[in-house]
Design a protein around this ligand. Structure first.
Ligand SMILES: Nc1ncnc2c1ncn2[C@@H]1O[C@H](COP(=O)(O)OP(=O)(O)OP(=O)(O)O)[C@@H](O)[C@H]1O
Ligand SMILES: O=c1ccn([C@@H]2O[C@H](COP(=O)(O)O)[C@@H](O)[C@H]2O)c(=O)[nH]1
Length: 238
């Protein structure tokens, strides 16, 4: 059997990608396809924690008329909807899974308890972290960075709408150039918007590498876990 490159990963799933062709809300078939690849990756023996975005429902910063804190609370709730959908699809595929939320909602999910999350991972359960960091003015990328550091993940696999980090936003600049590798400091100095600067800084300070790759083909998750060169690696040393 093929060996996974990483002992423990933090998989950051784009919320937007879960909407599929409808571009809003959840497409359960898309969620299931992604979860098939998560199962395949888990079967390789790598421990998997998941943080999912909420962009398929709501992003606090996009709603300028609202009070930002309240809008961000709504965004965090959106991540819980996505987390529960992922948990459901994984369970239907017979993958053991637990959801933990940064804001308590005990009737729905476990509260986030770091040691408990690690224990779940050691037992081979996928752990899905909902509600981001639990604080407004942050993003799920920052939540992914924070949880990755807390659980001592080897890498953040950021599965998103683009196939890597470019020298400018490729959705706005079709001639943008993709990097195979880039240093965190260059992402920050060039102001590249693939992740927010808080998330990038947290990864840089704690030396957690990030692999950015496209979720258009969900099997990229398996390729990434096997250490194949897909997308862009962000780390300190090039
Ligand atoms: N330099 C860049 N290289 C690659 N993508 C970039 C760059 N600058 C901006 N982007 C944008 O970043 C987006 C990915 O980041 P974003 O945080 O929006 O995704 P996400 O975390 O998958 O979102 P969500 O979970 O909220 O749906 C891409 O779709 C792309 O438009
Ligand atoms: O720690 C966090 C994480 C997220 N939010 C809010 O949720 C939405 C959705 O997250 P994305 O990372 O944009 O997918 C985000 O726009 C925030 O409004 C938060 O407040 N705190």
């Amino acid at each position: 059997m093929e060996q996974p490159r990483y002992r423990r990963i933090l998989l950051k799933l784009s919320g937007e990608a879960l909407a599929g062709p409808k571009h809003f809300g959840l497409d359960y078939d898309v969620v299931t396809e992604i979860c098939r690849s998560v199962k395949e990756a888990a079967d390789l023996g790598t421990e998997i924690a998941v943080v999912v975005g909420g962009g398929n429902f709501w992003r606090g910063r996009s709603n300028e008329k609202m009070d930002r804190t309240r809008a961000d609370h709504m965004g965090m709730l959106a991540t819980v909807i996505n987390s529960l959908a992922i948990a459901d699809a994984l369970e239907q595929l017979d993958v053991p899974v637990r959801v933990q939320t940064a804001i308590e909602m005990r009737q729905i999910a476990e509260p986030y308890i770091r040691n408990r999350a690690v224990r779940h991972l050691e037992k081979g359960r996928v752990v899905v972290f909902g509600c981001g960091t639990g604080n407004p003015f942050f993003s799920t990328d920052t939540a992914a960075a924070l949880r990755a550091v807390e659980i001592d993940a080897d890498i953040i696999l950021k599965a998103t709408m683009v196939d890597g980090v470019y020298d400018s936003d490729p959705t706005k600049h079709p001639d943008a150039k993709r990097f195979d590798h880039i240093a965190y400091i260059d992402v920050l100095n060039r102001g590249l918007g693939i992740m927010d600067s808080t998330a990038t800084s947290l990864c840089m300070d704690n030396e957690v590498p990030i692999m950015v790759f496209s979720l258009e083909d969900p099997r990229n998750i398996v390729r990434a876990v096997l250490g194949e060169s897909i997308g862009t690696i962000v780390q300190n040393t090039l």
